[in-house]
Design a protein around this ligand. Structure first.
Ligand SMILES: Cc1cc2nc3c(=O)[nH]c(=O)nc-3n(C[C@H](O)[C@H](O)[C@H](O)COP(=O)(O)OP(=O)(O)OC[C@H]3O[C@@H](n4cnc5c(N)ncnc54)[C@H](O)[C@@H]3O)c2cc1C
Length: 348
């Protein structure tokens, strides 16, 4: 049983940023417990495709500042050319052009995982992989953290597990009723999303003056965008699959997606070099079971998360706890900074 001052649960943006802030303040007596075999949580770049978080905007000030501090570059989402709007399967395709003077959504060079990799650099020795936290027990002035593999004893615990998932842990003593209710109705942002990424040797759509954007609620893909890399050496399309296809077999879903995109972008869609999908609702480190319908609550940043529990030893963090852009990367950054401040103010 290992004893440390701080246990941080989760190696997503929020947990890794808190860890970095502790280290910057001279505190190295901490561990990060991660349930998956990888870091990043809902940030996940696979084969050049951001299969999790992708975009941010200029008003995401804490994230923009962090990227600047870490020397991580960003670039505009590609949107030149005609975009397709599909609102009626019987009607011909409708095209529109994006206003090039409007502020563009930004992407991170190298994929969103670049942020995770840089944040992990200094704290990689602290990360315990495949270490799923099951139970938190208050024992005198410590918390015993029980995982699937081990026990840890910490003076303080910062949990970045999405609140709805965190309700599945065992707590001794039990958490207050009000907190449990809020946690349970706090939808985990994007936990219902199914993403698809398709890579190509050439950006064939650009050659036809198409932006790669295809929008429409009626097809198997509800949003699709150009997802080529920053220096235009790798070409791909990435988007969101219609949730109505969640129960369909992966072969059928792929076949419907390709036929649909062939209609609007051309037969070259079949000449892909790589095809990936991820249904986040099936990932038990992000989503709960039985996701039949999604209840979106306005509970992000509820004030129950401003308080510590277990007599000042347990803090809930992560994007859903953030009153500032909760759900987004920006909320994850904000909560990571706040958690470090709260914990350090009270301990160091
Ligand atoms: C498909 C998709 C698209 C998105 N697109 C965007 C976007 O374009 N722009 C944007 O701003 N945001 C987007 N988001 C949201 C963004 O990804 C999140 O806001 C952000 O990554 C959350 O970071 P976090 O650290 O708070 O939580 P998470 O990334 O969820 O981190 C929580 C960590 O806890 C771990 N964990 C869970 N349970 C346990 C346990 N019991 N024990 C140990 N570890 C555990 C998880 O494995 C994970 O590493 C998207 C998310 C998804 C899924």
């Amino acid at each position: 049983m290992k004893r440390v001052k701080f246990v941080i649960i989760g190696s997503g943006v929020s947990g890794l940023l808190t860890a970095n802030k502790l280290l910057q303040a001279g505190e190295s007596d901490f561990l990060i417990l991660e349930g998956r075999d990888r870091i990043g949580g809902r940030v996940f770049t696979n084969n050049g495709i951001d299969i999790g978080a992708t975009w941010f905007q200029g008003h995401h000030v804490y994230l923009s500042q962090l990227l600047k501090e870490l020397n991580i570059a960003s670039f505009n989402q590609y949107s030149a050319g005609k975009s397709v709007l599909v609102y009626n399967s019987m009607a011909p395709a409708h095209y529109f052009k994006t206003d090039s003077s409007a502020p563009s959504a930004q992407r991170i060079v190298g994929g969103s995982t670049s942020l995770i990799n840089v944040l992990a650099e200094k704290v990689k020795d602290k990360i315990n992989y495949n270490c799923k936290v099951k139970q938190l027990t208050e024992k005198e002035d410590t918390i015993v953290v029980k995982t699937n593999t081990n026990h840890f004893i910490a003076s303080k615990v910062i949990s970045t597990i999405p609140p709805k998932l965190a309700t599945a842990l065992l707590y001794e003593p039990e958490l207050p009723e009000k907190l449990k209710k809020v946690m349970d109705r706090t939808h985990t942002w994007m936990s219902n999303a199914i993403k698809v990424g398709i890579s190509f040797k050439t950006p064939f759509w650009r050659e036809k003056d198409l932006s790669g954007t295809v929008i429409g609620q009626i097809g198997p893909v509800i949003e699709l965008y150009d997802h080529s890399n920053a220096n235009n050496t790798e070409f791909s399309l990435m988007g969101f699959v219609n949730e109505g296809l969640r129960g369909t077999s992966s072969e059928k879903r792929k076949s419907r997606i390709l036929s649909y995109l062939e209609t609007y972008l051309g037969e070259e869609i079949r000449e892909y070099t790589n095809y990936i999908e991820k249904d986040w609702s099936k990932d038990r480190c992000t989503s709960c079971q039985h996701l039949n319908s999604v209840y979106m609550s306005p509970e992000y940043g509820n004030k129950v998360f401003n308080t510590t529990y277990f007599n000042n030893k347990l803090l809930f963090s992560g994007t859903e706890t953030s009153a500032h852009y909760g759900g987004y990367l920006e909320g994850a950054v904000y909560s990571g900074l706040q958690a470090a401040k709260i914990i350090m103010k009270e301990t160091l």
